[in-house]
Design a protein around this ligand. Structure first.
Ligand code: ADP
Length: 298
């Protein structure tokens, strides 16, 4: 069974269908506006990050849940198309998660996430994937599934497994979760809600990586701060930048030297985040390793 083969990266997280309407301006409460463009695309932080890791060359498995509906089938096919293992992708009675997204012409957005199947992912599903988690080189999680599920996944990660937590959307994190985490990757907004990078270091997280959009990223450890320079681009659509960053960071930690090579992995992640701003949408913008490698040589 694939379930007992070690994977480079095992992602536990959400899979959504994004329903995206482009409007001149966002509606006020109670108001109706007409969209001038509409598309549907695979999304959800878990799905995006798993596909990003796979495109970066990591053998990747996804643990999550979709509904028994067309969106679930589309997501399953998308994973398979990018060689992400779906042996632990459950089909549940709740509908596949959706994100209802309005984007205005001046790039403001409004998002309603309907968790659906993502919140039906249970501790039992995670327990069924224990072998996958115990043998993974890297376990990568976000917070779009229930915190109890995240916590169980981290408890089942192996002694040598590197645990990466992308704390998005930001929520309070108990010490029982944080104590398993080797690398946490909040953006500037999330790190503020979590009390700041130094407080996360003080609570025992060895590596706090704050992603800072066009300014690159900052690694904060007990030994001080290291700046990860941005890869200069003119952004077209920043959707997926953070997910590309986390997926590629995890892939490189798994296949290129582990935490000893964290600085190199962060450089690759920053390049991937920048490249993801060059194409519209999340999954379509996630770069292949050849693109990241070429940019790293510039
Ligand atoms: P999120 O999408 O989660 O808010 P960020 O906006 O911080 O995350 O983006 C993640 C990473 O992608 C950044 O740390 C940076 O390396 C890269 N990135 C994002 N936007 C840009 C940009 N405009 N120019 C260069 N790099 C970018």
């Amino acid at each position: 069974m694939t379930q007992h083969q070690p994977f480079d990266v095992v992602v536990v997280g959400s899979a959504n269908m994004d329903l995206v309407a482009r409007v001149v301006r966002l509606p006020h409460p109670g108001e109706t506006v007409s969209a001038h463009d509409y598309f549907e695309a695979c999304g959800g932080k878990g799905a995006n990050q798993a596909i990003a890791a796979a495109r970066a060359g990591a053998r990747t498995a996804f643990i999550g849940a979709v509904g028994s509906d067309a969106a679930g089938d589309t997501l399953r096919s998308a994973f398979i198309g990018d060689a992400v293992d779906v042996s632990m992708l459950a089909t549940v009675r709740e509908p596949t998660g959706r994100a209802l997204i309005g984007v205005s012409d001046d790039a403001e957005n409004l998002i309603i996430v309907v968790p659906g199947a993502n919140h039906a992912l249970s501790v039992d599903h995670i327990d069924a994937a224990a072998a996958l988690l115990a043998n993974a080189k890297v376990v990568l999680v976000q917070l779009e599934v229930r915190l109890a599920v995240v916590q169980r996944a981290l408890e089942l990660a192996g002694r040598d497994t590197i645990v990466v937590l992308n704390p998005a959307p930001a929520s309070e994190l108990p010490d029982e979760v944080l104590r398993h985490v080797d690398v946490i990757t909040p953006n500037e907004h999330e790190v503020a809600l979590l009390g700041g990078a130094s407080s996360l270091v003080a609570r025992g997280v060895a590596n706090v990586v704050v992603t800072q959009g066009a300014r690159g990223a900052l690694l904060v450890t007990r030994d001080g701060e290291t700046r990860i320079k941005p890869f200069a681009v003119t952004p077209l659509d920043t959707t997926g930048a953070g997910d590309a960053f986390c997926g590629v960071l995890s892939a490189r930690l798994a296949v290129a030297g582990g935490l000893a090579e964290l600085a190199l992995a962060l450089r690759a992640a920053a390049v991937a985040g920048a490249l993801a701003t060059q194409t519209a949408g999340a999954v379509p913008s996630l770069p292949a390793w050849a693109q990241v490698a070429a940019a790293l040589q510039q």
